[in-house]
Design a protein around this ligand. Structure first.
Ligand code: GLA
Length: 738
């Protein structure tokens, strides 16, 4: 709900439990007023009259200065400006006395309506219609006091998900060139306090690790410089008053940036205890000219508030993404088989058909051929860029395999890495200039590959045409979209704009394919977890979470992932007993227990398994299919987190109508002599009666919702001492109303 107090020029944006407010002062500055909780029953505005910014604690540092919603360089005093730019003079030179490095944004008007300019990263294939509904958006127009440089701030409260969406559009309406040196997509102010922050960091095969720290006085920066959203940090951060909140209790503010390229989040905790966070594209090497008449939209920022700790805020992100970001995406996520770890580059038609037959027998619904099916790609060192079916591997094209897979009742999928080229490829030999490089300087290979210059439209056209030729020839329902290296050097025909152009080109190419092939699903891979972000999620309905498929590692990785994204987007595979990344051995039940928590996949060498083992695979896949609708469409609550509960991990997924719930419990590790803690459930009806059944062992009992939610139960019963399976024992509880 948007409330506008016209007389006092005060704006309130309400979600069920959150308030965001700003107002215009006598000097026509748009001031931040409040970001806080509110009661769901609050219908009308929270502020009864004009609110003086001095009443708000956020003015601590400069008591006489309000905090601007969008602060230009020139108005900022000692603060971080939202926008830094130079308005060039008639000499068009940056380093000239004529260049004006001063921006004073003043309020012009407001409008409540449709977002007429979509944010950067918004899908263009029409899957999402929610964001353009009449009355959804508050648009606040600001303009520089002396040059027609406009900034429109777009904000939409999503009531049900308790989420505020916001972004900026900068418009050069004057006659001069403007060099935009830096523009944050949003600068958010928190109530004055000392804060602890949680964010997700990592590296290849160690993604989504949770970092918690009391913020030092000063600036703390997390960012990506990898041309993708990256695995080193995730563009999401949670803030809590230090020491007064935790994982599932206490006031929590959280923000997330929807951008698939370089980004930065800067957290500013000051000595006076004021606190701001800035989110946007990474300013590194990214200044650009906005010519007369040009405009640029920022990526979308999501902001939320909860009284239920990080998990409360995380559940807002999950619910928002399921309802909004994934709006229009297919809800069916087939059980996937991927042949990468079974065959690597050793592909053949017969070998793939043999694997597909076994995959279908155990219950897989999608068969994906990974790397190596195209061009001269018999190893990492050749073939990228040549997206035609290899006659050496598939002499009659992909049709015999695709037909066989479809006849077995499965969908068919293919791996692509569209942004890359091996120097040993037809494409590179023909167009050596089509890669990121600087003339007459050495090109730097990584994994024997170079990045194509997506700043050149002809390069994107060429890749699109090649992909279309493959996808037109045989029905392909699934693409694994990989991206496996970082950009150095970033020399492009687009100059410094390449950081944005590349991301836009990838988004547009995906949008084109999704529109042309309405049944197509895309998985975002990027070495596993390297390009998982909300702008990708609008296109790729699932992420390959990590190349690390070690079950124990996956509990940690998945705990982090689910802080930002829904489990229906979290692809998890069961692979070999002897893990290829860590060399550790884990039982099949442990591997399934971790992989059943999102979109289940299998990546094992099925040809090497006994019938008895294949039977076990089949049993678990059947079990998963019985509860898949809850795992994908249900609400996730996490009564016990592996990292804090002595190795007991319990995730509960509940249907919206509260009639059915699935509780996945794993004793990942356990201290001998201690009884595993019992857990209490959530989201059930207090007075309803439920039957509770352990799906593998058949143990059953009945209880009321109140009993399960307040008293709880021993969901991991004690095993005999010295039981070898004591570590890694899984329990699958189905709870349904009777
Ligand atoms: C990356 C991906 C893997 C696999 C290989 C293929 O490493 O993360 O899953 O697809 O590429 O080369």
């Amino acid at each position: 709900m948007i409330h506008v107090n016209k007389e006092d020029r005060q704006f309130e944006l309400h979600t069920r439990n959150m308030l965001y407010a700003c107002s215009v002062d006598d000097a026509n500055r748009l001031n931040f007023l409040a970001w806080s909780g509110k009661s769901p029953s609050q219908d009308g505005p929270v502020f009864s009259s004009r609110r003086d910014f001095r009443l708000h604690e956020c003015a601590a540092q400069d008591p006489d200065k309000p905090v601007d919603e969008v602060c230009g360089y020139g108005d900022e005093g000692a603060r971080e400006p939202a926008i830094r730019l130079s308005i060039l003079g008639t000499d068009n030179a940056v380093h000239s006395t004529e260049a004006i490095r001063d921006l004073r944004l003043r309020y012009v008007s407001y409008q409540v309506g449709k977002a007429d300019v979509p944010h950067a990263g918004a899908p263009t294939h029409g899957r999402q219609t929610r964001q353009t509904r009449e009355g959804d958006w508050l648009m606040l127009t600001l303009e520089d006091a002396s040059y027609p440089l406009r900034v429109v701030l777009y904000m939409r409260p999503d009531e049900d998900a308790d989420m505020l969406e916001r972004y900026l559009v900068i418009e050069n309406r004057g006659g001069r060139n403007v060099v935009v040196e830096h523009a944050w997509a949003a600068s958010l102010t928190l109530p004055v306090d000392r804060y602890q922050a949680t964010h997700l960091c990592g590296a290849w095969i160690a993604e989504f690790e949770q970092q918690r720290q009391v913020l030092p006085v000063g600036s703390t920066v997390i960012e990506s410089r990898s041309l993708t959203s990256g695995s080193r940090h995730q563009p999401v951060v949670f803030f809590q008053p230090a020491g007064r909140a935790g994982r599932s209790h206490g006031v929590t503010y959280a923000a997330q940036l929807a951008w698939s390229g370089n980004w930065r989040i800067q957290m500013e905790q000051r000595h006076d205890r004021s606190m701001r966070v800035h989110l946007g594209e990474n300013p590194m090497d990214a200044d650009f000219v906005l010519s007369p008449g040009e405009s640029q939209a920022s990526p979308l920022v999501l902001a939320t508030y909860s009284r239920d700790g990080e998990e409360g805020a995380a559940s807002h992100f999950r619910s928002y993404h399921s309802r909004c970001t994934l709006a229009g995406a297919p809800t069916r996520r087939p059980v996937l088989y991927n042949s990468w770890e079974a065959t690597y580059f050793d592909l053949s038609l017969d070998g793939q058909i043999a694997l597909a037959r076994k995959a279908a027998e155990i219950g897989c619904e999608l068969f994906v051929v990974d790397d190596g099916w195209f061009g001269a790609r018999r190893s990492e060192s050749a073939g990228l860029g040549d997206w035609y079916v290899s006659p050496d591997v598939f002499p009659d094209g992909l049709k015999p395999l695709s037909d066989a897979v479809h006849d077995m009742g499965m969908d068919f999928g293919l791996w692509f890495e569209p942004e890359m080229v091996n120097p040993d490829s037809d494409l590179y030999r023909k167009h050596p200039d089509w890669v990121l490089h600087f003339p007459d300087r050495p090109r730097v290979e990584a994994r024997h590959q170079l990045i194509l210059d997506f700043g050149r439209p002809e390069v994107v056209d060429c890749i699109r045409e090649q992909m279309v030729a493959v996808l037109d020839a045989v029905p392909v329902e699934f693409i694994k979209w990989d991206m496996n290296r970082t950009p150095n050097p970033p020399g492009s025909i687009a100059g410094k704009r390449i950081w944005r152009r590349h991301v836009e080109a990838v988004h547009q190419l995906m949008d084109y394919l999704l529109k042309r092939y309405p049944r197509l699903q895309i998985q975002s891979c990027s070495s596993g977890g390297g390009r998982a972000d909300a702008a990708m999620l609008a296109r790729c309905c699932q992420f390959w979470t990590s190349d690390n498929t070690d079950a124990i590692e996956r509990f940690r990785i998945q705990e982090g992932f689910a802080l930002a994204y829904p489990t229906e987007a979290m692809e998890c595979w069961v692979t070999h007993e002897h893990n290829h990344q860590t060399g550790r051995n884990h039982s099949l039940s442990l591997r399934f227990a971790s992989s059943m928590r999102g979109v289940l996949g299998v990546g094992s060498s099925l040809n090497e398994l006994s019938d008895q083992e294949l039977g076990e695979y089949k049993k678990y896949i059947e079990l998963y299919k019985r509860v898949r609708h809850l795992i994908h469409q249900g609400k996730l609550n996490r009564p016990s987190l592996y990292e804090v509960s002595d190795g007991l991990s319990a995730w509960q997924y509940t249907a919206e109508d509260q009639r059915e719930s699935y509780l996945s419990v794993v004793l990942v590790t356990h201290t001998p002599g201690q009884t595993p803690s019992h857990v209490t459930l959530s989201e059930l009806e207090e007075t309803a009666r439920y039957r509770v059944q352990e799906m593998l062992r058949g143990d059953t009992f009945e209880a009321t919702g109140a009993e399960l939610m307040h008293v709880g139960f021993q969901c991991a019963p004690m095993l005999e001492k010295h039981t070898p399976s004591y570590v890694g024992t899984d329990y699958h509880w189905l709870i349904w109303a009777i």
